[in-house]
Design a protein around this ligand. Structure first.
Ligand code: ASP
Ligand code: MG
Length: 462
């Protein structure tokens, strides 16, 4: 008998934010029971932020603020559970939630007494978000006739001890995932796990980085060789551009992992594809789906892009950019000069997005931030430095850039009146990126979108 391949369904914070959302999630899972789902949930929307604020208050010795914040969280979770479960079930389950919140409060009292917040205690506090949401979701699913079982992710996801961004240890994790989840799924159970959290080999709670539930879903999917992974969120998928700028922006049906990664980097906020890598490497398709509109087929992210008639898949813009121009007529190509420049950026912990160089100058873009004046002061010891804010990066993405001739000419001929400050075509050859004034973004995006997304390949776009 060939081994079955389960379906991993991850519900993000907004898809479990309250009783209504959890009820919708139950309906969605019910429709897919024959595909043997494993469910991964985020904390209810904003809960992780609130838990971290609570931990910081405790760490600053402000016990009463910490406990007050925790009381609000307690109420929100009780309300959701109460609304989802009948009185009988809720009364039983209530004491379990109560025990969790009591131990959270005990932890907060301990942290305030010491007045110090370590990475380890931060993770312990943050873990309550996913712990609680997974418990409530499991109960709600059971009450709706789904044979759901909560699985504590700390028993499966093994990480190192780099608290707040712990690194999964894949061999051990995969072994435990198979041992724990396969028998459950084989018996018709729907395992429900909290994303984002794990534990070290010795059982100390860890978290794998903010937004980490997508990563958890990819780890589970890769570990069990899932048929596919569904990321349930609150948008219909990835769009050809920002619909606030272009109301005629369209949904992208299928996009390659590399294209999605370029878009995430330049401002598409749906998810960070890097977290999907474990699944993509195993050629497992990932779908972005809308839990408020489950009939919509969403966006599929696949390892390789299918052929597409159009030059581009999407246009993204990233605002609040500063250009730093460094001119050193005699020094630029001298050995070690670029290194000295990059070292300065490193010292000031400023990340660079786009770089372009000429024989006598180098221009770089960074997110506008307070460190820039000091950085520029440092760089001025090496060369002439100017910086200029209120810029934006526009990024056109598409695998076809590799093949189609004359694309750059077509793009820039549409913008004869626009000041282009920098141009870069990435080594990956799937993005064409340039820098303009922030104020020009809406007009530039509209012109490009109107031209390049007029006659769309129906296989690729909605
Ligand atoms: N709850 C975690 C966070 O907000 C993980 C996630 O939702 O992906 O970062
Ligand atoms: Mg998220």
């Amino acid at each position: 008998m060939t081994e079955f391949r389960p379906l991993v369904m991850k519900f993000g914070g907004t898809s479990v934010e309250d009783a209504k959302a959890i009820d919708r999630a139950a309906g969605i899972v019910k429709h897919r029971l024959s595909r043997r789902p494993i469910v991964v949930v985020s904390a209810m929307a904003k809960v992780t932020d609130q838990l971290l604020a609570t931990a910081r208050a405790a760490g600053a010795g402000d016990r009463s603020t910490a406990l007050q914040l925790s009381r609000a969280l307690r109420e929100r979770h009780y309300n959701a559970a109460g609304e989802l479960l009948g009185t009988g079930v809720f009364t039983q389950f209530h004491s379990e939630l109560e025990a969790d919140f009591d131990s959270l409060d005990e932890l907060l009292r301990g942290i305030s007494a010491v007045g110090e917040l370590t990475g380890r205690t931060t993770d312990h506090v943050a873990s309550f978000g996913e712990l609680l949401s997974s418990k409530i979701v499991t109960q709600a699913f059971s009450a709706r006739g789904i044979n759901a079982t909560m699985v504590d992710s700390r028993e499966c996801i093994v990480t190192d001890n780099t608290h707040t961004r712990a690194v999964p240890q894949f061999d051990e994790t995969n072994e435990r995932l198979c041992q724990t989840l396969k028998p459950l799924v084989r018996n018709g159970c729907v395992p429900v796990m909290g994303g984002f959290i794990g534990a070290t080999r010795s059982g100390v709670t860890t978290t794998i980085g903010r937004g980490g539930s997508d990563f958890s879903a990819a780890i589970v999917g890769a570990g069990l060789d899932a048929e596919s992974i569904e990321i349930w969120t609150d948008v219909d998928g990835m769009m050809t551009t920002d619909p606030n700028i272009c109301p005629d922006a369209r949904r992208i049906r299928v996009i390659s992992f590399d294209e999605a990664a370029e878009l995430a980097y330049f401002g598409a906020k749906v998810l960070h594809p890097a977290t999907l890598l474990p699944a993509i490497q195993k050629n497992i398709s990932v779908y972005i789906l809308n839990s408020r509109n489950p009939g919509c087929e969403g966006t599929r992210i696949s390892a390789r892009a299918p052929a597409c008639r159009n030059a581009f898949k999407a246009i993204a813009a990233k605002k609040r950019i500063t250009i730093i121009d460094i001119a050193a007529p005699r020094m630029l190509m001298a050995h070690g000069f670029l290194k000295a420049i990059f070292d300065a950026f490193d010292r000031h912990r400023v990340a660079i997005d786009v770089v372009s160089t000429s024989e006598v100058s180098v221009s770089l873009t960074v997110d506008s931030n307070e460190a820039i004046p000091a950085l520029a002061g440092d760089l001025a010891k090496l060369a002439d430095v100017k910086y200029d804010g209120r810029k934006a990066i526009v990024c056109l993405v598409g695998e076809n850039l590799r093949q189609v001739r004359g694309i750059a000419a077509r793009v820039f001929s549409l913008l004869p009146d626009v000041t282009i400050r920098m141009i870069s075509q990435g080594a990956s050859e799937i993005n064409l990126t340039f820098v303009i004034e922030e104020a020009d973004v809406p007009e530039v995006i509209r012109r490009l979108h109107t031209t390049f997304f007029a006659d769309l390949d129906p296989e690729i776009f909605d």
